[in-house]
Ligand binder design. Structure first.
Ligand code: NDP
Ligand code: OXD
Length: 309
């Protein structure tokens, strides 16, 4: 089998070709920019490919996203109509749970304000309520959101969750669909976004959403930049409706150096590291999925392109 790999940095593409070749010596891996025979390519493995890249391969059987999200693949308006395989696994879920717990606890325990006091040399205790009196809302209850919500509940938070279809998760009160969205938001003090980016979820972190949260809420966006309406966040921070935000993802990545988020005192910026897949783990998952798909014509981690995730 011949596979074309694309990552925005050509040196990384070459690393992936080497790693995948070591794991699957009976398969052939080429950089997508350097494929000798496009007709031989049956799989593409990609992160943020460019429009039209994959239509060059007429015998494609499937596309593998190097990541849980597939929005970067669906952005290709000339995308071949073949199955899309996500790259997910326990390592990714573990990393995301850690990121969410860290930043929820940080907001809950008022760490940004305590650090600001330290910078001023001020001894200024802040008393926070115990976790059961703090409502945390998790948007998206898939692989990542469900596990993050479970962990927050084990820590003791009052956890609510929101998804497209109804869900049952121990220790979490769940809401679904647009009918359940308002009730999910009411009283939420720390909002965590783990939705996929689709037409239905683009811009969902906007003024209307912020205004339904408890005044002084915190927002954590670890999903995709275009979920956020940046101007609405800046206004909500200025008005006090939102007290703080932790942002891992942005409309443009890397976040441009002149973007106001960089220096905003109430915003914590992390460079898309919430659950960064490491190459050795990712390549092992992808190798297993490629073999399974080749043998059986399907895998558990298939995305649904019509749904958008
Ligand atoms: P899943 O596909 O497993 O889960 C998505 C969840 O979102 C599901 O619960 C789904 O509902 C819900 N959902 C989708 N559309 C809607 C909607 N319109 N209204 C309400 N709920 C909706 O995704 P993952 O948990 O694996 O990943 C989520 C996202 O996290 C990825 O798409 C990616 O963008 C982002 N991500 C970010 C990373 C980072 O490092 N920052 C790393 C990995 C992922 P239902 O269950 O009913 O289908
Ligand atoms: C992903 C990501 O989608 O890293 O996996 O953002």
């Amino acid at each position: 089998m011949t596979v074309a790999i694309y990552l925005p940095a050509e040196s990384k593409t070459e690393d992936w070709c080497r790693m995948m070749g070591d794991l699957m010596p009976d398969w052939t891996f080429h950089s997508m920019r350097n494929v000798p025979d496009p007709e031989a390519v049956t799989y593409c493995v990609v992160w943020r490919p460019q429009t039209g890249d994959m239509k060059a391969f007429p015998n494609l059987k499937a596309i593998v996203s190097i990541g849980a999200g597939i929005d970067h693949v669906l952005d290709d308006e000339e995308l071949p109509d073949v199955p899309i395989i996500r790259t997910v696994g326990t390592d990714l879920t573990q990393r995301m749970k850690e990121y969410v717990a860290l930043h929820v606890l940080r907001h809950h325990r008022a760490m940004p304000a305590l650090q600001a006091s330290q910078a001023r040399g001020e001894w200024k205790p802040i008393v926070v309520p115990p976790a059961p009196q703090r409502r945390v809302g998790v948007m998206g209850l898939g692989n990542l959101g469900a596990e993050a919500a479970r962990l927050l509940s084990v820590i003791g938070f009052d956890v609510v969750g929101w998804s497209r279809s109804p869900k049952e998760i121990e220790g979490v009160r769940t809401f679904s669909g647009s009918a359940g969205f308002g009730e999910f938001l009411d009283g939420t003090e720390i909002l965590v976004n783990l939705l996929p980016l689709t037409e239905a979820t683009r811009g969902i972190l906007n003024a209307d959403t912020f205004n339904r949260l408890k005044r002084g809420a915190a927002v954590i966006n670890a999903a995709r930049g275009p979920h956020m309406v940046d101007e609405d966040l800046l206004e909500a921070l200025a008005s006090g409706q939102i007290a703080a935000a932790t942002l891992d993802v942005f409309h443009v990545e890397p976040l441009p150096s002149d973007h106001p988020f960089w220096s905003h005192p109430q915003i914590t910026v992390t460079p898309h590291v919430a659950s960064l897949i490491d190459a050795p783990t990712g390549s092992r998952i992808i190798a297993r999925n490629l073999r399974t798909f080749e043998e059986t014509g399907t895998v558990a981690d298939l995305a649904d392109a019509r749904r958008g995730y």
